[in-house]
Design a protein around this ligand. Structure first.
Ligand code: FMN
Length: 336
């Protein structure tokens, strides 16, 4: 009997596959299908503080303009009693998932202000979220802002939030830090229970006809998993917090590599959107088969066995193989 269980954010998961934030996890029926196909946990789509604030502003404007109008005028529309705000809907969905599913549900928050992180973080905890993921999507375009300033923003927000909530917090990070390892260890020191490596930034494109920016949302490419696997391998053993991989995990091979590198959990999004929630069952069967063929008894046994800490050739994860790769490429070219 192969044991697929893993521990992530101090919680026991029946296997390492987690459904990452996406429109799939916004829908109760899809979440039930994900659970039936064996997924170990679900991360909700992010609650965006910016959208909550915009909605509140619009509502205040509406109420204000109505108050100035005549109650008897035909155009008077009071706010309906059953009006639900974005946050109400989010909490209701979280509540529905908690009542209908047996697997852990992780809420996700994208904030812009300190008070927003704390207020909504507390609401999500009170609504029963098993853990909270912080999706910190911040583009530092101001040349006056240093890397240290940006890092401090992350650390301050985590520190403040940590004082107010008592569920595990994991940070979904971008890969664009000068020292990812150092940043992860600082996050740990400031209360993060885990990190999710790496968020994908959606790049705006320029439309050559209109000369306007057009936002692009492309699903991931499997090659993207290699960056995640490398960094997990470099970090595992050097820090003491949970590590999850996200970005480009479409096959059992990439899931196995992430586990060997040291991931505690692997997030799936694009592959579930394209192949459907049922694909998780296939991945789990393939995972079990590989472990059996390679005489592993459990996921725990293999986790991190090819991390840099344990690797036969640790330098291969760093710069030293750069020139060899180029040399190999050039000699292959010469022979073709
Ligand atoms: C349509 C769509 C919506 C997403 N929404 C969110 C979101 O609300 N919050 C978040 O943190 N990530 C979001 N993501 C990112 C995914 O959760 C995931 O981290 C990313 O797509 C990389 O994983 P993948 O290669 O398996 O797709 C979204 C991705 C897609 C494709």
């Amino acid at each position: 009997m192969i044991d697929l269980s893993t521990r992530y954010l101090g919680i026991d998961f029946k296997n390492p596959l987690i459904a990452s934030s996406s429109p799939l996890t916004a829908n109760l029926e899809d979440c039930k299908k994900l659970q039936d196909s064996g997924i170990a946990a679900i991360v909700l789509p992010s609650l965006f503080e910016e959208s909550v604030q915009q909605e509140q502003k619009q509502l205040e404007k509406f109420v204000h303009s109505q108050a100035l109008g005549n109650f008897e005028a035909d155009s008077y529309h009071p706010v309906p009693d059953n009006y639900k705000s974005e946050i109400d809907n989010y909490l209701e969905h979280l509540h529905q998932l908690k009542s209908n599913l047996d697997i852990p549900v992780i809420a996700s928050l994208n904030g812009i202000s300190n008070s927003g992180w704390i207020e909504y973080g507390k609401e999500l905890m009170d609504a029963g979220a098993d853990a909270l993921e912080l999706n910190v999507y911040y583009i530092a375009a101001d040349p006056g802002q240093t890397g240290a300033d940006v890092e401090q923003r992350y650390l301050d927000l985590l520190n403040n939030l940590h004082k107010h909530i008592n569920i595990p917090v994991t940070m979904k990070l971008s890969s664009q830090f000068s020292s990812v390892s150092n940043m992860v260890s600082k996050l740990q020191a400031n209360g993060a229970e885990g990190v999710v490596l790496f968020n994908r930034f959606y790049q705006p494109d320029i439309d050559l006809d209109t000369l306007k920016l057009s936002p692009q949302l492309n699903l991931s490419d499997p090659m993207e998993s290699l960056l995640r696997i490398r960094w997990i391998a470099l970090i595992r053993g050097r820090v003491d917090l949970s590590l999850a991989a996200t970005g480009g995990f479409h096959t059992v091979e990439s899931v196995l590599k992430a586990l060997l590198a040291g991931a505690d959990a692997i997030y799936l999004c694009s592959v579930l959107l394209t192949k459907g929630p049922e694909f998780c069952t296939e991945l789990l069967t393939q995972l079990k088969n590989w472990l059996t063929e390679h005489e592993y008894e459990s996921v725990e046994q293999m986790k991190g066995s090819v991390s840099q800490f344990c690797a036969i050739d640790p330098a291969a994860y760093e710069h030293s193989n750069y020139k060899d790769v180029i040399k190999n490429y050039c000699s292959k070219k010469e022979h073709t």
